[in-house]
Ligand binder design. Structure first.
Ligand SMILES: NC(=O)c1ccc[n+]([C@@H]2O[C@H](COP(=O)([O-])OP(=O)(O)OC[C@H]3O[C@@H](n4cnc5c(N)ncnc54)[C@H](OP(=O)(O)O)[C@@H]3O)[C@@H](O)[C@H]2O)c1
Length: 291
């Protein structure tokens, strides 16, 4: 009986914790989380703080040792953070939203590529806020260098939420770039950018000011939302391959608890933005730029 190996970030809170529990309880499946804290002692967890690139590298080292040659069948990159401003910098000097949500996961994907099984599934959690047609603060252009090093350390909520939306565009473009890579193409890998849709009740919004939380509570009444269970089960289904994308679709969007497969935003479909982000991210983490 072959055992499926699943590696996941963002499995300790929010809907990721629901997904992790479900994956952990799936027969013939080995789950290893990368996380800052081991919140569920029954799930194997290796230390990973995405706010430090050196920590991503040491996580990969200990994971590789732990796997001892076993290949990864599913890599789920779900961790994410919002800061409500752009004043935070990581120890590496990058704006924290961009660094945690995008750059650290980009490095993780690059370093784990040799450990991915043939036909592996890669899931990266994005958001529909990557699309400026969905929300007014969605990105209309992409300049990775400005996202990495914004000129002003703004305390304002507007720049913070825009930084978050841009980081989610980066997640989508990374998914597309990896799907187009020789590694993914030659090995039949399946890449999914997952949008859980608005999912209230997670800790994602903890840094928001009170008035923004109030606006979200109102928005939750006006537009369709998903429950933590629905969002967690959908990402688990994608990671476990109990749901597979229709041919040629990469963007999975959860609407009223059901997975749909729409086109991502125009900017997310831009090959120029996709290649530019891949190459600039490679420079930022000190890796060669070819996809
Ligand atoms: N909720 C929504 O409405 C919504 C909508 C669209 C997209 N999303 C995306 O869905 C994903 C999960 O969000 P959620 O709503 O479930 O949020 P959440 O409850 O705040 O969970 C976030 C997860 O990311 C982990 N994380 C954050 N910073 C980290 C770091 N520096 N190093 C390692 N792990 C870190 C957290 O770990 P700790 O337990 O250590 O904090 C936690 O497991 C995120 O990528 C988010 O952008 C959420």
């Amino acid at each position: 009986m072959s055992i499926k190996t699943v590696i996941m970030t963002g499995g300790t809170a929010g809907f990721g914790a629901v997904a992790a529990k479900r994956i952990f309880n799936t027969p013939n499946t080995k789950l290893i989380l990368g996380a800052r804290d081991n919140k569920n002692p029954s799930i194997e967890t290796l230390p990973l703080d995405l706010a430090r690139l050196s920590n991503v590298r040491s996580f990969v080292q200990s994971l590789t040792k732990n796997l001892n040659g076993t290949k990864i069948d599913s890599l789920i990159m779900n961790a994410g953070a919002q800061f409500g401003n752009t004043k935070h910098r990581t120890g590496d000097g990058f704006e924290s939203t961009f660094a945690i949500n995008h750059l650290a996961h980009y490095l993780l994907l690059r370093l784990l590529t040799p450990s991915l099984a043939k036909n592996a599934t890669i899931v990266i959690t994005t958001s529909d806020v990557h699309d400026s047609k969905m929300v007014p603060f969605g990105p209309k252009e992409l300049d990775p260098e400005t996202l990495a090093h914004p000129r002003d350390k703004s305390k304002g909520f507007g720049p913070g939420i825009r930084a978050y939306a841009s980081s989610k565009l980066c997640n989508l473009l990374t998914a597309r770039a990896f799907e187009n890579s020789t590694d993914a193409q030659m090995n039949g890998m399946r890449v999914i950018a997952y949008n859980p849709g608005l999912t209230p009740g997670t800790s994602l919004f903890r840094a928001w000011p009170w008035w923004a939380k109030l606006m979200m509570a109102v928005a939750s009444k006006l537009r369709p939302v998903n429950t933590i269970e629905q969002a967690g089960n959908a990402i688990a289904d994608l990671g476990l391959r109990t749901i597979v994308p229709p041919s040629g679709r990469i963007y999975a969007s959860l609407v009223k608890g059901k997975l749909t497969w729409p086109d991502p935003s125009e900017l997310a479909q831009s090959d120029t933005a996709m290649r530019g982000l891949w190459v600039e991210s490679a420079h930022m983490v000190g890796l060669p730029g070819q996809a």
